[in-house]
Ligand binder design. Structure first.
Ligand code: NAI
Length: 287
């Protein structure tokens, strides 16, 4: 089985460097026409430059692929609309959206400001919302779409100094969980990638041997699958240095404490209630 994106149009956000750049190049090699977006800022989202995204666009052109560069910010609704419009004006459709743009503003919770919290939510969570909202009507109309949310192990499991980032990244999973249901009948599949890769975002965080192993292109292999016609719907795919796994929300069987269950009953049975040695994933409609 080979995966091709001939006749497909893709938008990749945060595509100037790191993971987004790898995703865009690989989609181009496999025949996609692309809008590559990046506002060209530093890791913390400060400053901006159009050059970075122009560079990746010219790399893509040398591969013989059609590409449009966009230097808007995903956290501005009108910029998100404009980047989708570029794809639709040029090629009449948008099949694939990879919500990849991201920043870090790490701070321990005791010290974090509202601005540092909101800034990170604005790029990851609201940015993915704005871009997805802009692409959604076209995907519905053409009855085809593949959307990838970029989550993170930090969101799934937590990390010191990343309450803002973790909230945004797990928020994207919640966003996906409802979109997978709303998109199903239009053949719009939404999935999340939880990557680990060596990029400027992580290069100071991991030791040298790990950095060598965590090649961004190994995350791209998972993302390319999630962009393909064979993509599942509603999966959290973890990708790190060639190892792929699925993370899921699971629950245990529960303990029936009866109609008069009190707080003390819950406390008394908490060991049993919280026993997750026998769990199953929960899927479908939630409460
Ligand atoms: P990176 O810093 O190399 O790339 C992120 C890109 O997003 C940059 O080119 C930046 O200019 C762009 N960007 C930031 N804010 C933007 C905005 N408002 N509008 C448009 N573009 C914007 O980082 P990396 O590692 O490639 O990260 C890609 C995604 O993967 C991010 O969402 C990140 O949170 C996520 N991630 C990365 C992990 C890793 O191990 N590298 C781990 C878990 C998640």
């Amino acid at each position: 089985m080979s995966i091709s994106f001939e006749n497909k149009v893709a938008l990749v956000t945060g595509a100037a460097r790191g993971l987004g750049r790898e995703h865009a190049l690989e989609l181009a090699r496999r025949g996609a026409r692309l809008v590559v977006n990046d506002f060209g800022g530093a890791v913390d989202g400060q400053s901006a430059s159009e050059t970075a995204v122009e560079q990746v666009a010219s790399e893509i052109r040398t591969l013989g692929a059609e590409v449009i560069a966009d230097s808007g910010s995903v956290s501005q609704p009108e910029d998100a609309e404009a980047m989708v419009k570029k794809a639709v004006d040029a090629w009449g459709r948008v099949d694939i959206l990879i919500n990849n743009a991201g920043i870090l503003r790490d701070k321990s919770f005791a010290k974090i400001s509202a601005e540092e919290f909101e800034g990170v939510i604005a790029v990851h969570l609201l940015g993915s919302f704005y871009c997805t909202r802009a692409a959604w009507p076209f995907m519905r109309e053409q009855a085809y779409g593949r959307i990838v949310m970029t989550s993170s192990p930090s969101g799934l499991y937590g990390n010191f100094g990343q309450t803002n980032y973790g909230a945004a990244k797990l928020g994207l999973v919640g966003f996906m969980n409802s979109l997978k249901i709303e998109g199903a009948k239009y053949n719009i599949h939404t999935n999340a990638i939880a990557p680990v890769a060596t990029t400027r975002m992580t290069e100071s965080l991991m030791p040298e041997p790990v950095l060598k192993k965590m090649k961004p292109e190994l995350v791209t292999s998972g993302v390319v699958f999630l962009c393909s016609e064979q993509a599942p719907n509603g999966v959290i795919l973890q990708a790190a240095g060639g190892t792929f796994s699925v993370a899921a929300v699971v629950e245990n069987k529960g303990v029936d404490l009866g109609e008069d269950a009190s707080a003390e009953d819950v406390a008394e049975h908490f060991e049993q209630i919280s026993d997750i040695s026998q769990v199953k994933p929960r899927s479908g409609l939630s409460l």
